[in-house]
Design a protein around this ligand. Structure first.
Ligand code: SF4
Ligand code: MSK
Length: 648
């Protein structure tokens, strides 16, 4: 059991890991064991298989071989691999955005029953941002034009992406001077693939310029488009109370888990689960009701808008099924494990894929038909309800593991929470940063990774930051990890935050850790940082702000793209677990240091979450010093003794 405990800090997960062992079900940790030791060349980023003369591997310790068959060195190989990962991450976010844009236009055309423009105010401000005239047009006409303007962002060949203009002026000028303003989203991603083909771009710094341009096309392009249009379509989130962890599963109800990233279908599944006929059918099958829970970013999306409970984050998808209580799991795109078919096969769970881009061999496929999403959603809910009597193995729900949380902090909401409903403004936030009550702002985001103890690094890092008066903004699986730990409720301020941050949070009744949404919603962090710059008094660029970013348990290529658009936007960003260029000395030095001279932001790599917090706090303090708002203050170290005190 001692070994088992290292898999997760979450007792709900440990309970079900134990059940999986008893049920002889293999989980991702078991497969990691089977895969270990993993290839050192791959870990160091110096394995290339970009042509059929390879694969070629460079020995990072100075022994031969030092060149691939085509003559490239470790720097070029690692830079190309890094760039390809960013292209994949940017593509994932942006293709999600494309699906949202298409659904948005069809909604404006009245072609999707059940979908409507929910936030007209945000639509109008978006139209103004994009230069779309609203004069004499009804909502549908404005929406159609906004949708078309945003659809053009994908295929543009020149000029600048529209949302670049949302950034602080100084940042825009810096990007232009560096030649990294994205032209069109698809164009930048295609160019990554061209440049990394054998015999094209062989200069690691030039490859990194394209990395910056592509990542910016994600953060200030694809991701921002997805966030903005989802807000208009499904409603701009406002603070909402929800609950989190596997204890949200109901033993006597039909449990449906929605998993993945695109909220289009899950919105309709939520609606179908409230359908009287389906509720009656559930009763007929012996169930007391229909319970929807989310996993990964689909969870974050429906939590923020409907308060639907969150079953867990990335490393909880398999164990949710192991509970034996999940009657259907519906997956769309991204972060869904192929092993779910095997795990679901050991229980009664119906695994349903819904997106033509993401089918699983052995799973049932029920395509999400945009022309009639409610029909598809009803069909899915019916499958789950009819599956309820088929539970065949012991049901174990860690009922004690369910925590309250508050989610739904868009950058607009922060405005109102701090500034008040009638004078929404970032002024109080800026003032509290200037007077030192809030030391700085940190974005802590990203995935889980089976290589490190599940959730431990997120929770330790965030506790350390808030104890030192750093306000934390979160998205994705990191937000779910901290929600389970009870950090996303206003009371957490009194319990965990330093005195300054606690005072501010208590005054306005907000948590010290703000849940801003899903992976694409990291664009909200960019917008919040921009709003702070525009409010004044803290410099004139994002790189002047006392802020930092981190993804302590990252694993996906999307995380690399997010990290790099943070860096290219001027933010110091620390990643944990592993770093993909360590076999390339010069490239790594450039990313960890040299790039700061060009972009004002840089990367760091640290596997210890306490040390990560120190790096971030030191950076925040340096920025405070440069702004002339530093004053002598004692750093609170959230050490073992303090943790023990809290546990007693
Ligand atoms: Fe080897 Fe060069 Fe081909 Fe890569 S591109 S596999 S380094 S020969
Ligand atoms: S779901 S990308 S594991 S945050 Fe967005 Fe979580 Fe990372 Fe997927």
């Amino acid at each position: 059991m001692a070994d088992e405990k290292r898999k997760s800090i979450d007792p709900a997960v440990l309970t079900l890991v134990e059940k999986a062992a008893a049920d002889e079900v293999m989980l991702c940790w078991d497969r990691l064991d089977e895969q270990s030791p993993q290839c050192g060349y791959g870990i160091a980023g110096v394995c290339c298989r970009n042509c059929a003369m390879g694969p070629c591997q460079i020995n990072p310790f100075g022994d031969a071989p030092q060149k691939g068959v085509c003559g490239v060195d470790a720097e070029t190989i690692a830079a190309r691999n890094f760039l390809r990962s960013i292209a994949a991450g940017a593509a994932a976010h942006s293709d999600h955005a494309r699906a949202v844009v298409e659904a948005f236009i069809r909604t404006a055309d009245g072609e999707i029953p059940g979908f409507e423009i929910k936030d007209e105010q945000k639509l109008l401000s978006l139209a103004m941002d994009l230069g779309v005239s609203i004069e004499g047009k009804d909502t549908a006409a404005v929406a159609k034009e906004v949708g078309k303007t945003l659809r053009e962002q994908f295929g543009r060949q020149d000029g600048e992406l529209a949302f670049i203009a949302k950034a602080p002026i100084k940042r825009q000028e810096l990007w232009r001077a560096q030649g990294i303003v994205p032209r069109g989203i698809d164009r930048e991603i295609v160019e990554c693939m061209h440049r990394t083909h054998i015999g094209v771009d062989q200069d690691y710094k030039n490859l990194m310029k394209q990395a910056s341009r592509t990542a910016l096309a994600d953060g200030w392009g694809g991701s921002m488009i997805a966030t903005e249009l989802q807000d208009v379509l499904f409603g701009n989130p406002v603070p909402i109370v929800g609950s989190v962890n596997l204890g949200i599963l109901e033993p006597d109800q039909v449990n449906i888990i929605v998993h993945g990233h695109e909220p289009l279908l899950s919105e309709m599944v939520v609606a179908a689960s409230r359908d009287k006929e389906l509720l009656a059918l559930a009763k007929e099958k012996g169930a007391a009701g229909i319970n929807i829970g989310g996993i990964c970013c689909t969870a974050n999306e429906i939590l923020m808008r409907h308060g639907i409970p969150v079953a867990g984050n990335f490393l909880q998808q398999e164990v949710a099924v192991v509970s034996g209580a999940v009657d259907a799991m519906i997956v769309d795109v991204q972060c869904t494990l192929q092993s779910l078919t095997d795990v679901a096969g050991c229980y009664h769970t119906a695994l349903i894929t819904t997106n033509p881009k993401a089918r699983f061999f052995g799973a049932r496929h029920l395509e999400f038909d945009e022309a009639n999403p409610l029909v598809a959603a009803r069909e899915i809910v019916t499958i789950a309800v009819e599956n309820f009597p088929n539970r065949k193995r012991k049901v174990v729900i860690p009922t004690d593991n369910k925590t309250d949380m508050v989610a739904g902090f868009s950058h607009e909401t922060i405005n109102y929470i701090l500034g008040g409903l009638f004078r929404g403004s970032y002024r109080p936030l800026n003032d509290n940063i200037i007077n030192g009550r809030i030391r700085g702002i940190a974005g802590v985001v990203g995935c889980n990774n089976a290589k490190v103890t599940h959730d431990e690094h997120h929770v330790t890092l965030v506790k350390e930051l808030i104890a030192n008066d750093v306000l934390v903004l979160q998205t994705g699986c990191s937000a779910v990890a901290c929600a389970k730990e009870g950090l996303l409720v206003p009371e957490a301020a009194t319990r965990y935050a330093g005195p300054g941050l606690a005072e501010v949070c208590e005054a306005v009744g907000m948590p010290p850790v703000l849940h801003m949404g899903s992976c694409v919603d990291n664009s909200r962090i960019l917008m919040a940082a921009t709003a702070v710059v525009k409010e004044g008094g803290l410099g004139d660029d994002i790189s002047d702000l006392p802020c930092a970013g981190a993804a302590p348990e990252w694993m996906s290529e999307k995380a690399l793209s997010i990290g790099h658009y943070f860096v290219a936007s001027g933010i110091f960003t620390v990643f944990g677990v592993t770093w993909p260029t360590l076999g390339a000395k010069h490239l790594t030095e450039y990313l960890f240091s040299g790039i700061e001279e060009e972009l004002g932001g840089k990367w760091a790599f640290e596997t210890d979450p306490v040390k990560t917090a120190r790096l971030m706090i030191d950076h925040i303090d340096q920025k405070r010093h440069k702004l002339g708002i530093d004053k002598a203050r004692e750093r609170v170290l959230y050490d073992m003794e303090k943790r023990r005190e809290l546990e007693t």
